[in-house]
Design a binder for this molecule. Sequence first.
Ligand code: SF4
Ligand code: SF4
Length: 293
Amino acid sequence: MPVLWPYLLPTQAPARLLVAAVDSGSRVDQSDSLVVASFAASHHYRALARLLKACAGLLRQGSGLPKSAFRVAVNSDLPEKKLAVLGGLGFIGRSSLLVSRRFGPACLIGLLVLPAELLSPGGLSPEMLASGGATSGETGLADQLLAELTPGAGCGACRACQAACPTQAIGDHGYQRPRCLQHWSGRQGCPADIAAQRGSRLYGCDACIVACPYSAGRSPEEALAAEARLLPVERRSGRLVSADWLAGAAPEEVKAFFRGTALGFSWLPTAWLQDQARRFLERKVGARPAGGY
Ligand code: SF4
Ligand code: SF4
């Protein structure tokens, strides 16, 4: 039975990313900037996959096992947050995000699937993994896991993300995906009251991540060290993008600019990104330009 090894890559504090974005050569004009959420301003997904592949390579060398025995999963359909909880990395917060003990929700999750041959004799048996890591005599551990997997159960009285959410997507009854700005990234049909809260966000929203006290408690040095591991090509597109440029550029130019970044995924259409810029400019001037775009 393969073993999943959850791994976290911390993302930087937004304030620091703002500086990094200016240095990254992105299309920045402070007067009309659109903002990319901190988790997507650099291509952390790609970096995480690269780092996990390097880990797999080292384990291959040490074990002599074939490359096909290892699998890397980042931003996948696997239940990454639950697996990270089972791996002891944190709990599911009221925001529905993984609140990791080291970085709060300011991190991405990646998985390295290891071959059964690497299971240590003292590791969890397949039966224990199936029961959430608890043996018959360890119901306390099962209770703890249940609490960590229940959204908000580990948050105590904190409701900082709920208060910070601009669209009331985090309510007393949990996270409501249809009200989340991130859910509407790349999608048409966003309800008007939610779209009105987009502000200068181009892609993503990290208000609930920034508000979480566990994010504030993380070590900035560790986040900076993780950022230092990014290749130059993984530092794009940067935190800020000029709305004027994005609204008026040819689609091919926009596609080329975001290619190889976290905004270059096929499910995030160029037309949608340009539409966000145009709507932002409309809101800024208070009316649609006479000639349209
Ligand atoms: S990402 Fe933004 S809109 Fe979505 S729950 Fe968090 S704060 Fe609310
Ligand atoms: S901000 Fe507070 S309530 Fe929200 S996930 Fe973090 S600890 Fe939980």
